[in-house]
Design a protein around this ligand. Structure first.
Ligand code: ADP
Ligand code: ZN
Length: 732
């Protein structure tokens, strides 16, 4: 194969990948002055101008007289070979068209714009004849800045004047107005700050990770340790090594809410804050991050899964914190798992991956067992903190009045902590007030108009909310089915209802409710968490949100309201999830110097999952779970792909599903089997009917080419949509 040149002279035939949904790389001519391989360009497409990347030599199979020229090369570092290869491989793995992969890698607005400038203001060299109070304040404010400049708004605010006062002074020359680039480099992080004194375990782990990073080769390490054992401390050492090598690092966090705490730790460790990339970042800041990452002017990025697609100049380390977290799987659009994609990208750019978790997912556990991943374990908690004592509360023997969920045993335990001025946490993994609203007269349950889902009452919002599509409506006073008045009743507990019960049982306790839908912003949540951590609450009522890595040093009791909740699903990972979640929640107790206790309310204390949670015998849990999966031939010991078909027309989806199932030749050839079609567990979402097929194959089957060949003959007409989910995590 001919080597692709790295530079194309003016007029050369080049292939440009655009972000438009076309199934090929398009031919163009290199613009005046030529262009580099990987250059970001603007090209004409029909009447429009679109963004593209120079992907290689043109194919030359398009009418040569019609080939148009690139309009211009954008002011951005060309996409490196490494990222182009990553997009190609990730696209092939997830069966995603390359154009859609490119969209993931260009998710910053205005990439094509010239370097954007903004006006800044500094002290001029004249003094106006007529001075006013306001004018004096502006000049004083600038003098206070000692030569530094401010934006118009900053200056007006600092001086307490309107912007027109500043503008007026600028006209007179008393204030100088200048243009300055908006996209500025991130502050330099200093990896040589002294680190904390590491414990033996931590030091061993840190030494190994540093050595791995110094090798400048690919490798993945599972960093396992209970919450509080210092995983973050250790991987910050790895980040330090990476920065010393002059390479960039990326830390993925599963929840934006966690970034604020992390930023503070980075600042303490490296003297400045890193770049942030997630949905809470403004569009201008996103563009700045995108550009600076490409120029190497952002050494460390902390972000959500999509930061994997940033154009790093030289990425040396990717940390996936809480690697088992289900939010790493993108569940719409391009269906990818950020953990797996991190490993893929690192293997292409000779980087190291650290997967940190107290409760790794079975896939990772199996890879560590087989030696594919290295494994480092932090066995004890930092300081004197010890793991909580875990016990079941057998709900079959507890006397509970109707519509209450806190058993007398749990109530006594909480009361005891209140008396000792210690914190307790009551955990329930259900948002809202009640999962079901039922009519006592006719039995009707209020459902969503667009989905096959019940609506969940949220008393905070005073509305019913569909957790599938987000639709809300006011809680009616009359039954929509039988018109009976005031007979609608809440059934089952949600976090809000539990808070109500707790307040009745413990009227003097200061309650804090933590649920992801109750905080307008990550900052507000951070503030609340800090308040709680410093003792601003006696009793915390929380959902899954509290299970994720927050520090509550005063907490000594965790009560799990319904430990059986996760065990009911038909989901292949139900046991694993329950195990992880329960252990994490329990890990919230006794973090500082006081021993903690975790009490799990359950109706099935002899269930194997509950028993392994209680005994703390992780290894036997993983081994048993691995056996079951091996036996069933499912991941990580077999391969799965989910096919989700949807349409507004129910007949149409089933017809397509049946046709796919009948014409399964390419799958059978490859040794794969197809199951279904069957209505999806949630058979209707946003008015679309959903049908699933499941493809199963032995490990090692080249599944993607077989899937591609299988679905290729089917044209999706009209409203029909098909999504292929490789390694599905959820089966709804
Ligand atoms: P994890 O990430 O495993 O939950 P962290 O790294 O957050 O653990 O550590 C838990 C707490 O203990 C943090 O407040 C951290 O600063 C502190 N800590 C951990 N290791 C040390 C150490 N060697 N010296 C001082 N403090 C430490
Ligand atoms: Zn809905």
């Amino acid at each position: 194969m001919a080597l692709t040149p790295s530079y194309f002279d003016e007029g050369a035939l080049i292939g440009v990948l655009t972000t438009q949904p076309l199934d090929r790389v398009l031919d163009y001519r290199a613009p005046e002055g030529g262009c580099h391989l990987g250059a970001f360009v603007e090209v004409p497409l029909g009447p429009r101008k679109v963004l593209g990347v120079v992907w290689g030599t043109g194919q030359g199979d398009y009418d040569i007289s019609k080939v148009r020229s690139v309009i211009r090369v954008l002011d951005a570092a060309p996409m490196r070979d490494e990222l182009r290869t990553f997009l190609e491989k990730a696209g092939a793995y997830t069966l995603t068209p390359l154009t859609a992969m490119l969209r993931l890698a260009t998710r910053a607005p205005g990439l094509g714009d010239p370097p954007s400038m903004r006006k800044i203001y500094r002290l001029g060299d004249t003094t106006p004849d007529r001075m006013t109070d306001a004018r004096t304040r502006v000049l004083d404010a600038l003098r206070d800045m000692g030569g530094l400049s401010l934006t118009l708004r900053e200056l007006a605010e600092a001086a307490g004047v309107t912007t027109s006062v500043v503008k007026g002074l600028a006209k007179l020359g008393a204030v100088r107005e200048e243009d300055s680039p908006r996209d500025t480099a991130f502050p330099v992080l200093d990896p040589s700050y002294p680190s904390k004194d590491l414990t033996n375990d931590q030091a061993t782990a840190s030494t190994q990770l540093r050595a791995a990073i110094a090798s400048r080769r690919y490798g993945t390490t599972l960093l396992k340790g209970v919450t509080g054992s210092g995983k973050t401390e250790v991987y910050l050492e790895a980040v330090a090594e990476c920065l010393s090598q002059g390479r960039q690092a990326l830390v993925l966090l599963p929840e934006i809410a966690l970034t604020a705490e992390f930023l503070t730790r980075v600042e303490a460790r490296f003297g400045a804050q890193p770049a942030e990339w997630h949905s809470g970042v403004t569009v201008t800041e996103r563009r700045r991050v995108w550009k600076m990452v490409g120029q190497g002017n952002a050494q460390l990025v902390v972000g959500a899964r999509s930061s994997l697609f940033l154009p790093f100049r030289d990425l040396g380390l990717i940390v996936v914190d809480e690697e088992h977290d289900t939010s790493y799987k993108q569940e719409d659009g391009v269906l990818y798992n950020a953990r797996d994609m991190a490993v893929l990208r690192a293997s292409i750019c000779d980087a190291q991956v650290i997967l940190a978790s107290a409760t790794p997912c079975l896939e990772t556990w199996a890879n560590a067992e087989s030696g594919k991943y290295a494994r480092l374990e932090l066995t004890s908690r930092f300081g004197d903190a010890i793991l909580p004592d875990m016990r079941a509360i057998d709900m079959r023997t507890e006397q509970l009045p109707g519509s209450s969920w806190i058993s007398p045993t749990l109530q006594r335990a909480v009361q005891q902590r209140l008396d000792q001025k210690e914190q307790s946490l009551l955990f329930i993994n259900r948002r809202g007030y009640a999962p079901v609203t039922i009519c006592r007269a006719c039995g009707y349950q209020i459902g969503c108009d667009h989905c096959d889902a019940r609506m969940v009452e949220h008393r905070f919002l005073k509305r019913l909310v569909c957790h599938q599509c987000g639709e809300t409506k006011p809680l009616p006073s009359v039954c929509p089915s039988c018109d009976a008045e005031d007979r609608l009743a809440a059934v089952g507990p949600g976090v809000e209802r539990l808070a109500e019960e707790a307040q009745t049982l413990f009227p003097d306790a200061r309650l804090a409710v933590l649920s992801s839908d109750m905080f307008g912003s990550a900052r507000a949540l951070k503030a609340e968490i800090e308040t709680i951590a410093s003792g601003g609450a006696d009793l915390i009522i929380g959902t899954q949100l509290v299970a994720k890595g927050h520090n509550f040093p005063l907490l000594t009791l965790v009560g799990v309201i319904d430990a059986d909740l996760g065990l009911q699903g038909s989901d292949l990972r139900a046991a694993e999830r329950t195990f992880q979640l329960m252990r994490q929640v329990a890990g919230r107790a006794g973090r500082a110097d006081k021993p903690g206790q975790a009490l799990l309310q359950t109706f099935q204390p002899e269930h194997p999952v509950i028993r392994s949670i209680l005994s703390g015998d992780e290894h036997s849990f993983w081994a048993a779970e691995a056996d079951e999966r091996r036996h069933a031939g499912v991941p990580p010991y077999g391969r799965l792909a989910g096919i989700i078909l949807s349409s507004t027309d129910v007949q149409e989806v089933f017809d397509l599903g049946n046709a796919l199932a009948r014409n399964d030749g390419p799958l059978r050839h490859a040794g794969a089997q197809v199951f279904g079609p069957a209505p999806a567990p949630i058979a209707r979402v946003r008015g679309r009917h959903r049908v699933r097929l499941l493809v199963k194959a032995p490990k090692g089957t080249p599944l993607q080419p077989a899937l591609a060949a299988w679905v290729a003959p089917f044209r999706l007409k009209g409203e029909l949509r098909m999504a292929i989910d490789i390694d599905p995590q959820s089966f709804y």
